[in-house]
Design a protein around this ligand. Structure first.
Ligand code: IPE
Ligand code: IPE
Ligand code: MG
Length: 256
């Protein structure tokens, strides 16, 4: 293996962008781009598992996509999601991967919710890696929901209103969509846009970012390895002064 286990990021988050452009460049319908994107998703998921990554999060549909894309595109994505959830059960089980989601799925069609429930339940005992799909997910909405839930706990006496100084980062994080999520070590965005588009704003405060011009359906294992090559060379400083001399002197590897 090219990377040693401690070099591998524990959590990689992906912004899977460029499916539409991939299709357009081949004069295909956008739908075809999403289908190819799903093939890429499978390839990258199994490779992350082989590398020993513990958690992956894939931005599949943003709150803004769900609100602003044409209805027929959203219904195509719903059908594709359902097919994907059924088809990938064997891949999840063979690779010991647990499927989970973040985002507001409450308005998804009931057959999609059923497929999701079944795949989640089936893979619930898998502990090799987490595959987290962000579906109708928006980071600002997630933060607002967390604030609301926290305020409700204050109102109902589960948090002491006279001790709001106890509301630490850890306390707050427990109200986010997946309290078990570790902050991503690496966020990869395909298709060359230099923005986060409302993805994991709280959680990616200190994530390393990697942006590639490759479109998501073209994103191959070798491109992931390129990102990892860059990642292992980064100095994660977390605001501290970290150079090789101070690291040797203090024995501090740059963590908080
Ligand atoms: C990512 O692909 C978004 C979704 C899967 C909904 P895009 O559909 O945004 O692809 P581009 O940006 O048009 O190429
Ligand atoms: C971000 O891509 C959302 C997903 C990849 C699901 P977009 O294509 O929606 O982002 P913008 O609109 O270019 O910022
Ligand atoms: Mg896009």
């Amino acid at each position: 293996m090219k990377f040693s286990p401690e070099q591998i990021p524990a959590h990689i988050a992906f912004i899977m962008d460029g499916n539409g452009r991939w299709a357009r460049s081949r004069s295909f319908l956008r739908q075809r781009g999403y289908e190819e994107g799903a093939v890429s998703l499978r390839r990258i998921t199994t490779h992350c598992r082989e590398l020993g990554v513990r958690e992956t999060t894939f931005f599949a549909l943003s709150t803004e996509n769900y609100l602003r894309r044409p209805r027929r595109e959203i219904s195509f994505l719903m059908k594709l999601l359902k097919t994907y959830l059924v088809k990938e059960r064997a891949m999840l089980m063979d690779n010991n991967i647990r499927l989970t989601t973040i985002g507001d799925i409450s308005s998804f069609p009931s057959d999609v919710l059923d497929a999701l429930h079944e795949t989640r339940t089936l893979s619930a005992g898998n502990d090799g890696m987490v595959m987290r799909l962000a579906l109708n997910y928006g980071s600002r909405q997630e933060i607002i929901n967390a604030v609301r839930a926290l305020c409700a706990d204050v109102r109902e006496g589960r948090l002491d209103p006279d001790r709001i100084e106890d509301i630490s980062e850890d306390v707050f994080s427990a109200y986010l969509a997946d309290p078990q999520m570790k902050d991503p070590d690496l966020v990869i965005r395909t298709a060359g846009e230099y923005r986060l588009s409302n993805f994991l704003l709280w959680q990616s405060s200190y994530s390393e970012l990697w942006i590639t011009d490759e479109l998501w359906p073209d994103f191959e294992v070798e491109h992931l390895e390129e990102a990892l090559d860059a990642y292992v060379r980064r100095d994660r400083k977390y605001g501290a002064v970290v150079d090789s001399t101070s690291r040797e002197a203090s024995g501090n590897s740059g963590g908080i």
